[in-house]
Design a protein around this ligand. Sequence first.
Ligand SMILES: Cc1cc2nc3c(=O)[nH]c(=O)nc-3n(C[C@H](O)[C@H](O)[C@H](O)COP(=O)(O)OP(=O)(O)OC[C@H]3O[C@@H](n4cnc5c(N)ncnc54)[C@H](O)[C@@H]3O)c2cc1C
Length: 475
Amino acid sequence: MTIPQRVPRRIAVVGGGIAGLAAAQRLVECASGDHLRLFEAGPRLGGVIETVHEQGFQVEASSDNFITTLPYGLELCRRLGLADQLVQTDPRYRQTYVVHRGRLHKLPEGFLMMAPTRLWPLALTPLLSPWGKFRAAMEYFLPPRRDEADESMAAFATRRLGRETFDRLVEPLVGAIYAGDVDRLSVKASLSRFRDMEREHGSLIRAMRRQMAARRRSHRKETQSGARYSLFVTLRGGLGTLVDAIAASLPAGCARLDAPVERIDRVEGGAWRVHAGGTEETFDALILAAPSHVAGQLLAPIDAELGQLLGRIDHTGTAIVSLGFDRSQIAHPMAGAGAVVGRIERSPILAVSFSSQKYPHRAPEGKTLLRIFAGGANAPEVAQMEDDRLAAVILAELRPLLGISGEPVYRRTARWPRIMPQYYVGHQELVGRIEDRVAGLPGLALAGNAYHGVGIPDCIHGGQRAAQRVLDESR
Ligand SMILES: Cc1cc2nc3c(=O)[nH]c(=O)nc-3n(C[C@H](O)[C@H](O)[C@H](O)COP(=O)(O)OP(=O)(O)OC[C@H]3O[C@@H](n4cnc5c(N)ncnc54)[C@H](O)[C@@H]3O)c2cc1C
């Protein structure tokens, strides 16, 4: 029997963020005979992921860890030989604080994003009034909504837990993660597991309590076998190590830096001609892993409706200011991973991560590294302030919260304009329509944080799926 041979193909990946890199890595792993080209607009690979080492601090410019409940980040690290460099969060500092009326309070223990797993900590928290607590506890008895219609995170959380719990606990947590307007963000696109809990168990509290009991049982088994990671992990050398490891696994010369793709044509026979930096090359298949608004502009001349649909995915921007201090300059014990700030506080800060508490290797002995997230959908003007003013505004906010004296010994600002895709109500339907249009263009796949999740593991998975789609088409 003769085995059918695959004809080697020319494949282009546009965008060298983690999604594009994961796609390229999968292509090399599965189809080493193919000719691969990766176009990246900027001078380095990694997109928003970048680790900087300065004055003994290890500073992440954007993402600083990834979740382990999805397997894709961990698996990729293992395949690249990075498993022994994975670092877990310090178990002493997994608590989150919430800023309320200008003071830090611990988030009630067991409160996970949209639902409590334990009722006592909720009953005792100073973050809620007696009425707010009563209303949240009523969630247990409220009838579930069982239809499939999407709704905003605000509508969902308020409906289940009441306005006060939404304003003081849910919105600060969710707003910090998505840097978005929770009145518009879709619960089905980003936090569908909570809608599923409501549907399947009738109540979030009931679902959480059952899940926690099941988790405790499996945790006991895993602890016995020594298999468990903390909820979030990072890499000892920073997440830039992951970017470097993928880059090293690609064929020499396949990545073109400073090569923004300016135009794409569909040529006879269904091939793709890519114009970048004054050159043009033709490919059999194309993976677009640039931000969706860029993909939309590039595809509009080929399919106007697809371009228009992609352009409907809105993006917000944030700034991250990393500040280093002598530990003695901060009076607060900072016994946690960081603090989130709800929009009702009207603060320029979305969240502050106690970066070197979570991961002690990030600051030299005796020093502390804080990372402050500013801007987002509710205060876009903050992310645009020039560096000195931004730092001054942030410090004025942080000093009374953390008891900071003196000036930071280290400062670095990273800006991410128009980078965080916003999954508004109806997002899944919009992505479904985009994917239907893409299905009509053989040899094309999309990847990136705009479609099926913004976290690093989601983006890795999206890149790998795009690679698989292109490979499957060639069989
Ligand atoms: C501040 C911040 C903090 C975050 N924190 C976390 C976290 O802790 N954990 C987590 O899991 N996730 C986090 N995220 C989310 C996650 O990091 C991102 O969603 C993910 O890295 C995006 O990857 P991507 O490849 O889709 O896009 P990007 O990283 O944006 O990459 C897209 C690439 O396309 C390139 N490009 C654009 N136009 C063109 C063109 N015309 N031609 C060629 N190339 C082009 C860009 O230069 C860029 O390199 C964070 C995000 C931000 C912004």
